[in-house]
Design a protein. Structure first.
Length: 154
């Protein structure tokens, strides 16, 4: 019989692609590092539970995610919060005044900590790259217009 008609093993069918690891340095806030460490602990517990009775797909997902977060923990570069903030840098809270007067706040954080809904912007995002090094009073391009940096807080 041709090999084309032989069923692949269950282990092969549960293979998942690896999670992409960013080429950027893995800067993290203290909060971000704690979140990565907590995720590693959760995944280690899930791995044990999956070994004790989970299906092959669950085990594969947990193993893949554990490899990713373990690598992120190992490569983490903790950046302590600044005592003052005269310029935009990693970890600060930036308030922008948009055209029309609305204000929007962003905290520059690590890539794994980023969450736009909570105003947590990855330091590697294009907007963050434009903001880095700027001071209060500077204007920056934002959503097809301009925004004014109103304040920078640690």
């Amino acid at each position: 019989m041709s090999r084309a008609f032989v069923r692949e093993s269950d282990a092969d069918s549960a293979t998942l692609p690896e999670r992409a690891v960013s080429p950027h340095p893995n800067f993290v806030t203290p909060r971000g590092l704690k979140a990565i460490e907590a995720r590693v602990r959760e995944l280690e517990a899930e791995r044990q539970a999956a070994r004790d009775g989970g299906d092959e797909a669950t085990r594969a997902r947990v193993e893949r995610d554990l490899r990713y977060f373990s690598a992120r923990r190992a490569s983490a570069r903790l950046v302590e919060p600044a005592a003052t903030a005269e310029r935009v840098r990693f970890g600060v809270l930036v308030t922008l005044e948009l055209e029309g007067g609305a204000r929007q706040k962003f905290r520059l954080v690590g890539e794994d900590e980023a969450d736009a809904a909570q105003g947590l912007l990855s330091w590697a995002a294009p907007l963050a790259q434009v903001l880095l090094g700027k001071c209060a009073g500077d204007s920056v391009p934002f959503q097809g217009g301009e925004a004014l940096i109103v304040s920078i807080e640690p």
